[in-house]
Ligand binder design. Structure first.
Ligand SMILES: *[C@@H]1O[C@H](CO)[C@@H](O)[C@H](O)[C@H]1NC(C)=O
Ligand SMILES: *[C@@H]1O[C@H](CO)[C@@H](O)[C@H](O)[C@H]1NC(C)=O
Ligand SMILES: *[C@@H]1O[C@H](CO)[C@@H](O)[C@H](O)[C@H]1NC(C)=O
Ligand SMILES: *[C@@H]1O[C@H](CO)[C@@H](O)[C@H](O)[C@H]1NC(C)=O
Ligand SMILES: *[C@@H]1O[C@H](CO)[C@@H](O)[C@H](O)[C@H]1NC(C)=O
Ligand SMILES: *[C@@H]1O[C@H](CO)[C@@H](O)[C@H](O)[C@H]1NC(C)=O
Length: 254
C-alpha cells in the first residue's frame, strides 16, 4: 500500500483573547513581544513601567530619559522608547505569568495586560497501520497514532469514492495543554498533535485500490516461488535420473 508520511512543526507565538484577557502563548526559548495597545504620552510627572506578576518590575521609561531595565531582567529585556513595547528574550517556563504596563503618576493607570504562557513544542507522532481488510471496492483500515506518552486507535471504512470514520472522532478538548486527534482529510488519514505554539502531524494515503495492487503483487510472488520450486524439483529429478543411467552404463561396462 502506498504510504506517504509527512511531519510538520510550525508556529511559535500565538495571541488570543479568552474571557476578556489577552493570552499570549510563546514557545520556550523564543522571544516575547508585548505592545501597548493604545497611544501613551509621558510627561515630567508620568513614567511608564512594565511589571511581571504584580510585584516584579521589569523595565521603566521616564519622560525624556532612556528606558531602564531592572537588575533581574538585565540583558534579557528591552523597552522601546518609540512605542513603549517590551521585548523579553529567550523566555523560560518561569516567565509564565501576568505582564502589565502602568502609567505611574498621581495614580497608577493600567495601559496593557497580558497573560503569558510559555509552552514546549509538542512531541512528534507516529501513525501506523494495524490492519487492512476488505476488497478494492470497500475496505477497512485500522490505525494507531502514538506519541511518547499516549496513543489512540481508529478505524476507517472506504469505498472507491468515499471514506468515513468507523468510530466517532475523539477530540480531546484543549485547555492550554496539547490536543491529539486522528481525522480524515481528502484521501489521507491524519494524526495531529498540537498545542498553541506548535504542531506535529503524520499522514497516510488511504486507497482501497492500492491494497488490491498489493495483494496481486503477493499472488505473483507466490506463483513465482511455486514455479521456481517445481523447476528445481524437475532439474533435481533430471540430474538424479542422469546419474542413475550413467552408473547403470558404468556397471554394464565392468
Ligand atoms: C515598537 O518598536 C519596536 C522597535 O522599533 C518594534 O520592533 C515594534 O514592532 C514596535 N511595535 C509596534 C506595535 O509598533
Ligand atoms: C506568576 O503568576 C502566575 C499566575 O498567577 C503563576 O502561575 C506563576 O507561578 C508566577 N510566577 C512567578 C515566578 O512568580
Ligand atoms: C515510530 O514507530 C517506529 C516503529 O515502531 C519506531 O521505530 C519509531 O522510532 C517511532 N517514531 C516515533 C517518533 O515514535
Ligand atoms: C460519503 O458517504 C457519506 C456517508 O456514508 C454520504 O453521506 C456522502 O454522500 C458520501 N459522499 C460521496 C461523495 O459519495
Ligand atoms: C481551562 O480550565 C479551567 C479549569 O478547568 C477553566 O477555569 C478555564 O476557563 C479553562 N480555559 C479555557 C480557555 O478553556
Ligand atoms: C494541526 O492542528 C493545528 C492546531 O489545531 C492546525 O493549526 C494545523 O493546521 C493542523 N495541521 C494539519 C496538517 O491539519
Amino acid at each position: 500500500m502506498e504510504r506517504i508520511v509527512f511531519f510538520g512543526t510550525f508556529l511559535w507565538l500565538c495571541s488570543c483573547e479568552v474571557n476578556g484577557f489577552q493570552y499570549v502563548f510563546v514557545r520556550h526559548g523564543k522571544d516575547l513581544h508585548l505592545d501597548i495597545g493604545r497611544s501613551v504620552v509621558l510627561d515630567k510627572k508620568t513614567d511608564l513601567i512594565w511589571k511581571f506578576n504584580k510585584t516584579n518590575n521589569v523595565a521603566k521609561c521616564a519622560f525624556n530619559n532612556d528606558p531602564v531595565v531592572f537588575d533581574k531582567y538585565e540583558g534579557r529585556a528591552e523597552l522601546f522608547r518609540q512605542n513603549y513595547s517590551l521585548l523579553l528574550k529567550n523566555v523560560q517556563h518561569s516567565d509564565s505569568g501576568d505582564y502589565t504596563a502602568f502609567m505611574v503618576s498621581n495614580e497608577d493607570q493600567k495601559v496593557a495586560e497580558y497573560k503569558v504562557i510559555v509552552q514546549d513544542p509538542v512531541s512528534p507522532v507516529n501513525l501506523t497501520v494495524d490492519s487492512v481488510s476488505g476488497s478494492s471496492e470497500s475496505c477497512v483500515l485500522a490505525v494507531t497514532c502514538s506519541t511518547v506518552d499516549s496513543s489512540i486507535h481508529h478505524s476507517f471504512r472506504c469505498d472507491d469514492k468515499n471514506c468515513s470514520q468507523v468510530k466517532e472522532r475523539t477530540f480531546k478538548p484543549t485547555n492550554y495543554s496539547s490536543s491529539f486527534i486522528v481525522y480524515l482529510q481528502q484521501d489521507f488519514i491524519l494524526c495531529n498533535h498540537s498545542n498553541q505554539v506548535s504542531w506535529e502531524y503524520n499522514k497516510i494515503k488511504f486507497d482501497c485500490k492500492a491494497i488490491t495492487v498489493h495483494s496481486r503483487a503477493t499472488l505473483i510472488q507466490i506463483s513465482t516461488s511455486v514455479g521456481l520450486f517445481l523447476l528445481s524439483v524437475f532439474i533435481a529429478l533430471c540430474i538424479v535420473t542422469k546419474c542413475k543411467s550413467q552408473s547403470v552404463f558404468k556397471q554394464q561396462q565392468q
